[in-house]
Structures are given as C-alpha cells and as structure tokens.
Design a protein around this ligand. Structure first.
Ligand code: GLU
Length: 508
C-alpha cells in the first residue's frame, strides 16, 4: 500500500498571515488534495516573546474564507492532537534529553552578557563569533565543564540552554523537489539552540519532532527556510529518524511588483493593494492593514491568483477553480525563481471572477448593498441590472458606481459633456423624442431603439448626437451600458421624467 501523503501548514502566530503564507498553505492543500492525502494545521507558538493575540484566529478565519479546509487542526482535532505546540511542551523535553544522552547535544551555561562579550572580543579582531566546534571549547558548557560542575550548576538553578553539537566538517545533502540537490557543509552552521532557558524548545527542535510524530511526508514551505533545512536533516539523523525524513520542497518568494525584493506589507500600503487575506488591525499600533476580502476580492479568485505566482500549469489556461487546481497542481511545475506580484493582474482575475459568479448569488449580494442604501427593488430588477453592468465592474463596490442610475435619477449633469453635446436645438429634439416615446406601448429596448431610429431618419438628425443628449438625460453623464436597455429597465414614465428634468435644468 502506498504511504498516505500528509502535509502541514505550520505558521507561527506572530501577526497576520501574509499572502506568501497563504500561498504556502495553498500549495500544501493542493498537493494533499491531488493525492487524496491529509492537510494539517499546526500552530508553532513556542516563541512566547513573539506571540500576538488574535493571530491564530486570523489564520484560521483567512484559510476558511478561501475554502482551504484542514483535515486535522487545533479546532478539528485528529489522531495526532494536540496541534498547538504550546500544548505539547512535555513532548519535546524527552527528545532533547535523548540528544544529550547520545552526545549530539550539550548544555551551555553562557549568560547573554558572556555571549555579548565574546562577540565583542571577536569583533575587535575583525571576526564574527560563531558558537560551533571551533569555539565550543572556550565556552561554558557540558563539553568543557566536568560532570560534577554541570550537576552543581543545574542543582543551583543556573539558567542554561541545550545546543546541538554540529559536526566540524560534514557535507549535508538535501534533495529538494523544486531545487534538486542542496549541499551545505556543517562548517557553516553554528551550534543551534534547541532548548531555551525558559524551558521551551526552539522552532528547529519542535518542528522536526512534530513532523516526525505527525507522520508528515512532505514539507512544503517558503524558501526563507532553506538555511534551516540542513540543520533539520542533521536532526533527523541525530534522532535516528533518517528513514522517516519527509521530502522537502522550498517554494520561491513572492516579489515586489518591481521584482526587487520580497513583497512586504509596506508595498501594499504604498501601492494601495492588499497583501493580507483579511483586514488586520495591529493590536499594538491600531493600524489597519487591508484584506483581499474587504477590498472586494471573491474568495475563489484569490487561490487562483496565488497558485499562478510560482506554479506554471504548462498551458495558456489562467482561470482555475480550486478543484481544477487540486487536479492539475504539481510541485515539479513550481519554479525556482521568485514570482513578481502584479496588482493589476490580481484585479484582472477578480474581474474575470465577477463575470463567472452565479448571477442569482451576485444579485442577492448586490441587493444587500442596495438595502443598506435604503433602496428596495425586486430581485428580478436587481438581477437585470447586474447582468447589464457586471462586465464593467471588478469589485462588488463598483457595481453601484456602474449602476446607480437604475435606482435614482441624476441630480446633476456633467458640465463637460453638457458643454460638448448640448446644442441650441437639443430641447426641441428631446421634446420630439419624448412624444415618440409616449407612443410606445411595448416599452422594450428594441422598440425604443426602433422609434429613435425612425425619428432620426424623419428629422434628418445625427443618431450619435441624439444618443449623447438622451444619455445625458438618463444618466447625467456619458457613462453606462446600452442606453435603450437602461430606458427599458427604468420604464417609460421615469424615462420621460428624466428627459423633462434635463431639458428644464440644462436649458435654464
Ligand atoms: N513556524 C514556521 C513558520 O512560521 C514553519 C516553517 C516550516 O514550515 O517549517 O513559517
């Protein structure tokens, strides 16, 4: 039997989830769904100093909004619960002890001041201090102290950390699905802290232990974790878990629109586009960072936008539902180089999704906006309006901007258009138009159009010129969909009233 694919999204609740993180979650989700595997949420909250209240809830709400449902999570539970590292504290100690016992880790008593002094001493010689096989001997730890001294220090409660004993020179290989063989020599790695003096494991230890215990088969995460990966490979080795090591795939960064550097929250603020899935109010500064949801993005558009930032389907196809992505996604088609974020392209996707929305659902949502404005119309009417204007809108909020004249008469008339289009004989032409309109019994777009054309022919008027002033009457400017459709929907009486109002207002 093939091994079940199990992947995890393992965010630290240190703030809102950036779209780069959302994309990591998405790639994990797609990879799991494609193979009928499991998608797991694990909250990595062992760094108490960086914990931000509300961040976990934000992560869960964001992914839920996007339809990325977990199979196992802190809320859902599962066979490997708990899924919050803060609730797994006791588990990690055992593995740290095992590493100490196997001489793969050691206890270090150096105080922060002693470490600072060491750094300063190195700096004064133009060197950079690194706690490793070369300097370990000069430090205060269980490799330099006698076992009696160590026991004494522990007994008197001296603070300590547990450090990993990185071998002096060893090539560490990592076979990354996206990047191929990554080789790092252990010389470049320092003796990383695995357990902190506050009794909490560091990210490295907790992450590897949990991936092992949760039977994770593939670690799919951002490329910023590549430097940590050799350390993790070594930890698997030290813990005797080589044959259970997951496969690794490090996905490329999402870059600024300029392509220079990683997309940051500041780029979003400066460029007026969201880089977070939902609005986030910073608990410290009260600054509000805008979200895709509140900006008016459809939840289905966002995974589509993000999937294509890094993954190449190998065809010209650009619109993919989550189901289609789940079928077609593969890590082999994820590129190595960073993907530039294009805010205009993101909008283009949303515009496409606006056209793809189920018309009933879209009309119901728009009706809610109308009700908030105190406008009450039948859903049938609202649906017809939405059908006419949605191709002009990218976001829900733009539906109103594109259609308000279906619900209320213009209060004013665009001066520029009036200046350009309104002629001395305009009132006379419009009066003739009104009398023709009065004669129409079957007030449909085609009938109105026919009448207008007849009038144009009989009176030898310019069709375009008549249309321009007619539009000015109904809409107040030069915007809007097919004019006869507007007239049909607002109805005969309203059409006549608006012509009359325009004639009396503009001719004053
Ligand atoms: N807790 C890490 C983060 O915040 C997880 C990295 C990983 O997936 O290993 O992204």
């Amino acid at each position: 039997m093939n091994q079940e694919i199990r992947v995890r999204f393992a965010p630290s609740p240190t703030g809102p989830l950036h779209i780069g993180g959302v994309r990591t979650a998405l790639y994990n989700y797609l990879f799991a769904k494609k193979s009928g595997g499991k998608f797991i949420l694990r909250i990595e909250d062992t760094d108490q100093a960086r914990f931000v209240p509300g961040a976990e809830d934000y992560i869960v709400r964001s992914l839920h909004w996007l339809g990325l449902e977990f199979d196992e999570s802190p809320d859902k539970g599962g066979a490997f619960a708990p899924y919050r590292q803060s609730e797994r504290k006791d588990i990690y100690q055992k593995y740290a002890d095992y590493l100490l016992e196997k001489n793969k880790a050691y206890i270090a008593f150096d105080t922060p001041e002693e470490l600072d002094n060491k750094r300063a001493e190195f700096e004064s010689k133009g060197l950079t201090f690194k706690y490793d096989s070369k300097t370990r001997d000069e430090m205060i730890n269980s490799t330099t102290l006698s076992s009696g001294e160590v026991s004494q220090k522990l007994a008197q409660g001296d603070p300590y950390v547990i450090r990993m004993k990185i071998p002096e020179k060893q090539d560490i290989h990592l076979n990354d699905i996206i990047r191929g063989d990554i080789m790092v020599n252990s010389q470049s790695i320092d003796d990383k802290v695995l357990f902190k003096s506050d009794g909490w494991p560091t990210y490295h230890l907790a992450n590897v232990v949990d991936d092992y215990l949760m039977k994770i088969t593939h670690v799919i995460r951002g490329e910023e974790w590549i430097p940590s990966a050799p350390l993790h490979v070594l930890l698997y080795d030290f813990l005797g878990w080589n044959s259970n090591m997951p496969a690794f795939a490090h996905i490329p960064l999402i870059l600024k629109p300029s392509g220079k550097g990683k997309l940051s929250k500041r780029d979003g603020v400066a460029g007026g586009f969201p880089v977070f899935p939902l609005d986030w109010e910073d608990p410290a500064s009260s600054e509000i960072l805008s979200g895709y949801k509140e900006t008016g993005y459809f939840p289905a558009a966002v995974p589509n936008i993000l999937a294509l930032l890094g993954w190449n389907p190998g065809t010209e196809k650009e619109i993919f539902s989550l189901e289609e992505l789940s079928e077609e996604f593969s890590l082999e088609r994820v590129g190595k180089s960073g993907a530039k974020f294009d805010p205009e392209k993101a909008k283009w996707f949303n515009h496409q999704y606006m056209q793809l929305q189920n018309i009933e659902e879209l009309s119901i949502s728009f009706n809610e906006i109308l009700l908030e404005k105190g406008i009450i119309k039948t859903i049938d009417y609202v649906t017809k309006v939405v059908e006419l204007v949605r191709e002009r809108a990218t976001f829900m909020s733009e539906l109103w901007d594109q259609s308000w004249f279906f619900f209320e008469a213009p209060e004013s008339f665009n001066e520029k258009i009036v200046k350009k289009r309104w002629k001395e004989n305009s009132p006379e032409i419009l009066n003739q138009l009104s009398s023709e309109i009065r004669k129409i019994d079957d007030f449909t777009s085609t009938m109105i159009e026919e009448k207008v054309k007849q009038l144009v022919e009989q009176k030898e008027l310019g069709f375009g010129a008549l249309m321009n002033i007619f539009r000015l009457c109904l809409v107040g400017s030069a915007m809007g969909p097919h004019l006869f459709d507007i007239a049909e929907l607002i109805g005969k009486k309203e059409t006549l009233d608006r012509i009359e109002k325009a004639v009396s207002t503009i001719s004053q």
